[in-house]
Each structure stands twice: as structure tokens, then as C-alpha cells.
Design a protein around this ligand. Sequence first.
Ligand SMILES: Cc1ncc(COP(=O)(O)O)c(C=O)c1O
Length: 468
Amino acid sequence: MSQVHNPKHDPAGYRVVPNTSRELNQDRVKELLAKEWELFQKSTKLSGKENVRASKSLPMGVTSSFQHWDPYPISVASAKGAYVKDVDGRKLLDLSMGFGAMMVGHLHPGVVRAVKRALNSVGTLFVTPSPTATIAAEAFKKRFNLDMIRFTNSGTESLMYAIRTARATNGKKAIIKLEGGYHGGYDPLQVSVKPKLENIGDGNAPTPDIPPEVEAGEVFVVPYNNLEYLEKIMSENSHKISAFVLEPVMENISIVLPDEGYLHAVRALCDKYDICLIFDEVKTGLTAGEAGAAGRTGVEPDLITLAKSIGGGLPVAAFGGKQKYMDAVVDGRMAHYGTYNGNPLVMAAVMAVEKLVTPKAMQKAEQINVNTLNKINAIIEEYELPAHTIGLGLKGAITWSKTPVRNYRDFKNVDFGIAELSWLWGINRGIITPPGLDEQWLVSLMHTQKDMDKMVEHFRELAKALRA
Ligand SMILES: Cc1ncc(COP(=O)(O)O)c(C=O)c1O
């Protein structure tokens, strides 16, 4: 058996790749998958009905296209702590947690109390300055080591304004993004999100894939963990490249870790070519650690975008960073607007989350995550599965590949048949992980080891069934 090539990754992350594995019987995978889809349709009849009804008013029957899967997604009636209840009355362990937005848990009493207080005696919207926003901004400046910050309502908005801030500062327009990287709905960031391989040419010098409905401007696309090509693009085009936008740890194609030294080298290249380094921490953020992935990896971006985990499930996001860039907002070169920005209701939730994200609470959740990953590894090893595990902070994932995934092209080699079975196996046994086989689980502050062990045991049952 040949040794698996497992290059060193940034020590901020967790990755265990077994040295040996055996192929899966693909007929067996197909057979199990067919049975699981049958079981799904039997046990989720009301979700199916709900989707038929919803589809008459909401395109695809959902409020964001990500929420859809074929034949229909689970429709949820309520949620509390680490669990959701679906319209069929099933209680499901929620490992998706709103793509990580529910990091403190559903209806955490601390968040509920703070929001109720705002509703009872503060207000929902002033559209004037208020200490409620100043206090939250001060807390974030300290936590994420920022000079200044502005609140927005979504990750998409934060990315849009961060890019405009960079442009207003350095007077350049083009951007660089990662192949396979997702950053929400702003036009330039629609390029090469999850492109088809036949459209994108050479893996070491990717062709940008621009959807026809998008007005992208000039966008350079680079592979993750490839410094050589990044420097080539920067050195040839630095006169027109304003910003490099990336998730420091890619979390929209499972979890893909930076190679050791990658982010530090990216920082140095951005300095060398006067390009604004924007870390999109919409997904990493607090789930990566108390000071985000930037704090964890020790690499300081020029601008950062935050959303999801910072707001306890309320719609709040932010962008901020170094004075040199935020000065463009201060002096009006980059106008940032928004009726609902930093309203007292979401600021109350932000401050409640701030109080909950203590070193002790974060260490406890991270330890549960590491224990879970270790237990999954033992099963992968025992059954010699062609899979490995990755983790960052409170998030973890199983990737069905014998070799580490270091970029989008590697990710496309994942066995998506077994990934689908593994996901559906969980759904049918009361565990909901995100739709789209490219996400990860989250251990919220309300998940216990006992909760996570349910997933581990179901995974063991799947391994047994696969090898039966
Ligand atoms: C990395 C990343 N950036 C930006 C966004 C967009 O955030 P929002 O959905 O709040 O607009 C997302 C959403 O999933 C994301 O994963």
C-alpha cells in the first residue's frame, strides 16, 4: 500500500488522513442509497406536502436557493438548543445549525433574554446613532483586533462594501478570488463559485467561469494553496488589482485547510503588491475561535467580513479592519448605507453572544468536536474507509477522499455518491447536517458529547452496512 501524500497544514486546523484504505463496493453504495431515499419519502410525507404548497409561492419552495434539495427538503416547525422539530413531528439533532449561524444554540436563554429586553424596553429600530451600536462595535474591535467596524444585515452586503472600501482606498478595480470559493450574492464573487470542470481549464492556471446573468467586472481566479500562480497574477496585474478576497479556511467545499505558511505568504504578497487582503470570515468567524480564523492563524487581513455566528441567529453582519481602509468610509469616499444597520434588536443579540463566547465555553465545545473527530477516525480506520476528517474550531467534516483536499480540483475528486448516502443516512436517523454535500457540522455551545456520540454511532452503523 502506497503512503498517502499528506502535506503539512496550518496548525490552526485538524486533519487526519489514514495511511491505508479499501475501495467501497459502489453497487452496495447504490443499493443502500436507493433504500434510504425510499425511507426518506416514507418518513417525511408532511415535508413533501409542505414543499408542494410552498413551491406555489416561493421559487423552489424555499427562501434561499441553498435550502433546496431533490426531491424536497425537510421543513422545520421549531427549534431549541441543539434540536429542531420537523413538520412530520420528528425531533432531529441539528448539526447544520443554520450553516453555523446558530453557534450559541437555538433560542439560547441568554440571547432570548437580551432580545426580549430590547423588545420590552429599548426598541427595534431608531435609524439614528445609539450607544447600543457603539458598545457592540467596541467589543468587536477588541475581539477581532480591528481599527473600525460597520454593521450590515448580511454577509453578501459585507463583502460588497469591503470590496468597495478597498477600491475607494487604492483606486484599483479588479479582484482576485479563489476557485470554488462562495461569498454570497455580490456580482464579482459569482465567478467560479462551483464551476463545472469542463469550463475551467488548467488546474494550475484556472479559466474564470462567469455566469451569464452576472456583471462581474475584472476577476482573477486562483487555486487555493498555490502561491506560485497567485504571485504570477499579482506581479503581472498589480496595477489594477484592488483586493484578494478569500476565506482563510475554505468552508464552502467541506473544510479545506491552508497549507502551513500559506496565509502568511499571502499576507506578504498582498503587502508587496499593494493589494487589500480581505478575509471573508462569514463562516469561520467565531466558529473558528474566539478571534476568528485570523486570530487563530495569526495572520492579519486588511479588512474582514463577519456574519452568521456573531448574531445568535438574528440578521446581522459586519465589515471592518485597518484604519487606512476604513478611512474611506470615514471621509465619504466609500458611502455605506442601510436602514437596518446595527439596529438595537440585533445589537442586543450581538452583545448576548459576546457574553456567551467565553474561553471556557469555547474550549468545551472545541474539545467535544475534537473528541468526535477522533471517534470518527477510529471508525474510518477500523473499517478501512476511503475517507478522512478535517476540523477547525467548533466545526468538523468527513471528506470521502483517501487523500487530503487542498483546493477545488481536489474537492471535485471526492466520492459524492457515498457522501450523499452518509448525509441521508443521518437525516433518516434523526440527524440533520447541511444540504449540499460540501458543508460541515457545528458543535454549538448547547451540544453535548452525548449529542455528538449519536452521530458517531450512526456513522459506525453506516460503516458496518457498507462492509456487510
Ligand atoms: C463564506 C461566505 N461568505 C458570504 C456569505 C454570504 O452571507 P449571507 O448569506 O449572509 O449573505 C456566505 C453565506 O453562506 C458564506 O458562506
